[in-house]
Design a protein around this ligand. Structure first.
Ligand SMILES: *Cc1c(COP(=O)(O)O)cnc(C)c1O
Length: 354
């Protein structure tokens, strides 16, 4: 059965990537071994991890003075690793509070250091991104670029005099970014990069010196930088899948993907904005292209729609449990046919079909 998967993560992967993984599953490049069976110290795997890094550097135009790390623990471990490694001078971190994930990041930092909210869209129920001028003299400023639950996104980089750390979990490689405007970029792989298990950290080299002496080896960025993410066993298969996804992006052309994301999101928002049944609550200028929440405003009707959609092969449209309603995640691998099918099903439901 073919379905369109609108899950927020783990999420849809490109079909050619899955087919390629399938074709190589039992015998990777004539080695007689599966990637799942390869030693992380083998030449074959070293080639995979080097190629993954080099594709990322090429697609995101990562400058040479940034290190690229492949870690485990999800974006969530970064909520602790960041303050443990970087909040070591003033022991203070500033946050722009844009919703659930920025709050989670802040809660973990609070266990070690002082935290402070320098701007928040809480009063607007997180339907927008704060526009305040930011002043910070903390060890770094943390932002959540794309807010996966609330469906908002930053569209410009805040200017501050302190290092800027950004959670890009749900929008990495969906649009061009200027890496040099950030000091740390991190993202779990299971939304736009590949499968669950790997977390990408792009960190400016000079920040590696901030790590204090008393910190366990895995928790230190400098450990992973020194050992090229091979200090211990990395999430080998997840890194391999990321390599396949990056090859797919390169083959399609990054610009093509960016343009497709823009068009797909625009057509869904256009439908929602003219609909008399469904609506999206987010301020127009701050709308995410990756995660689009919408609702009928009636729990019962939302539930009926979710069942209707599922009967039409549109799955995982249920909104996050803390928000309710529906959410369509349109990551890089979502084909235009999926968005067209969603709009058609929304129309039919609005016209009264059940
Ligand atoms: C999914 C997500 C996370 C959490 O990622 P895990 O890999 O589950 O730890 C953090 N931040 C954002 C913005 C996310 O979308």
């Amino acid at each position: 059965m073919t379905v369109f998967n609108f899950s927020a993560g783990p999420a849809v992967l490109p079909v050619p990537v899955l087919l390629k993984a399938q074709s190589e599953l039992l015998n990777y490049q004539g080695s007689g071994q599966s990637v799942l069976e390869l030693s992380h110290r083998s030449g074959l795997f070293e080639h995979i991890i080097e190629e993954t890094e080099s594709l990322l550097r090429e697609l995101l135009q990562i400058p040479d003075h940034y290190r690229v790390l492949f870690l485990q623990g999800g974006a969530t471990l970064q909520f602790s690793m960041l303050p443990l490694n970087l909040a070591t001078v003033r022991q203070r971190v500033d946050f722009i509070d844009t919703g659930s994930w920025s709050q989670k990041a802040m809660q973990d930092a609070e266990a070690f250091i002082q935290t402070n909210i320098v701007a928040s869209s809480k009063a607007d129920r997180y339907r927008s991104i704060p526009t305040d001028t930011i002043r910070s003299d903390a060890d770094y400023l943390h932002i959540t670029w794309n807010n996966t639950l609330e469906g908002t996104t930053f569209t410009s980089v805040p200017t501050v005099d302190v290092p800027l750390v950004a959670d890009f979990s749900s929008s990495i490689l969906s649009e061009p970014i200027d890496v040099s405007q950030f000091d740390v970029i991190y993202a779990g792989a299971q939304k736009n990069l590949g499968s669950a298990g790997m977390t990408l950290v792009i960190i400016k080299e000079d920040l590696l010196q901030r790590t204090p002496d008393r910190l366990g080896s895995y928790l230190r960025y400098d450990t992973h930088a020194t050992h090229h993410s091979l200090y211990n066993t990395p999430p080998t298969y997840s890194i391999y899948l990321t390599k396949l996804v990056l090859e797919w992006i390169k083959e399609q052309g990054f610009d093509t993907i960016v343009e497709r994301n823009r068009k797909q999101a625009a057509s869904l928002y256009a439908y929602l904005d003219q609909s008399t049944l469904f609506s999206n609550p987010v301020a127009i200028q701050d709308r995410s292209r990756m995660n689009i929440p919408f609702t009928t405003s009636e729990t019962e009707l939302d539930e009926q729609f979710l069942q209707f959609a599922e009967r039409h092969q549109l799955v995982n449209l249920k909104g996050h449990r803390s928000v309710g309603g529906m959410r369509a995640s349109l990551y890089n691998a979502m084909p235009t046919a999926g968005v067209d099918a969603l709009i058609a099903v929304l129309e039919r439901f609005e016209q009264g079909e059940r």
